[in-house]
Design a protein around this ligand. Structure first.
Ligand SMILES: Nc1ncnc2c1ncn2[C@@H]1O[C@H](COP(=O)(O)OP(=O)(O)OP(=O)(O)O)[C@@H](O)[C@H]1O
Length: 238
């Protein structure tokens, strides 16, 4: 069992409400995620998983409650602060969102340049490190369409790792993949987690949760249930 007691949580929510326009999607949300923790986010379609994740990476404004992510207070976070928050976190979506007219290396270089990396030898080295980490060191000069779906997802994960994030937010990262490919991606997330990066992953995939058990947060009727505090059934709405 790892000791998380001495560290400040990488995510801390106290009495937060999650909104989509005028709709309140989740209320009275309070939980912490510690450094290096792996947490699943489950719940039926429309229960608020993506809205919660979007709030945490400042794509949806937080309008009530106290929350910090990677050391940033995100209540009314100003637009100018968002890029600084995003440098401390990694985001992985189900649909890969790579730039399809550029090579893998150029996709990664684009992000490093946008986050103020200047030294071209350091850029090259970092690209090679993250591609190695996701098992794609030979794919640097390939175009995304020359890669399989699983490989494209690995590039997206490599991209999320570029700035050495304290937490990865992943929204259904295995949703479009075959079971074996999804399993490989899960193993990769676990390796990344074992190196100390926290993970919050929204998923509907029961098999994955059973194969790789971790703490579970469940969006349920406008509230969050936390497996660290109470037991609940996964059958309904995962
Ligand atoms: N862009 C949007 N504008 C307005 N309402 C939205 C928007 N996106 C989601 N919603 C609403 O917010 C609620 C929560 O949706 P959300 O996408 O967070 O659920 P989810 O649990 O991620 O669902 P899924 O498993 O299908 O991805 C739903 O009622 C949905 O209709």
């Amino acid at each position: 069992m790892r000791d998380f007691s001495s560290s400040v949580p990488v995510v801390s929510l106290k009495d937060v409400s999650i909104h989509q326009n005028v709709q309140t999607v989740l209320q009275s949300v309070s939980f912490d995620i510690d450094k290096g923790e792996f947490v699943y986010l489950v719940g039926r379609t429309g229960s608020g998983k993506s809205s919660l994740l979007k709030t945490l990476y400042a794509d949806l404004p937080l309008r009530s409650g106290m929350a910090s992510v990677a050391g940033f207070p995100i209540f009314k976070l100003s637009r100018t602060q968002v890029p600084f928050l995003r440098r401390k976190i990694g985001i992985v979506f189900q649909d890969f969102q790579l730039l399809f007219d550029r090579t893998v290396a150029e996709n990664l270089r684009f992000v490093l340049k946008a986050t103020n990396w200047k030294d071209s030898s350091k850029i090259k080295q970092r690209i090679s490190e993250v591609l190695m980490q996701v098992g794609l060191d030979a794919a640097s000069n390939k175009m995304p369409h020359q890669l399989s779906g699983g490989e494209q997802q690995r590039v997206v994960i490599a991209r999320a790792l570029l700035n050495d994030p304290v937490i990865l937010f992943a929204d259904e990262p295995t949703g479009n993949l075959d079971p074996e490919v999804a399993d490989g991606i899960m193993q990769l997330f676990n390796q990344i987690n074992n190196r100390g990066t926290a993970v919050l992953m929204a998923t509907h995939n029961h098999q994955i949760i059973n194969a790789y058990p971790h703490r579970i947060l469940k969006c349920d009727q406008g509230k969050i249930l936390d497996s660290a505090k109470q037991s609940f059934s996964l059958k309904d709405g995962v």
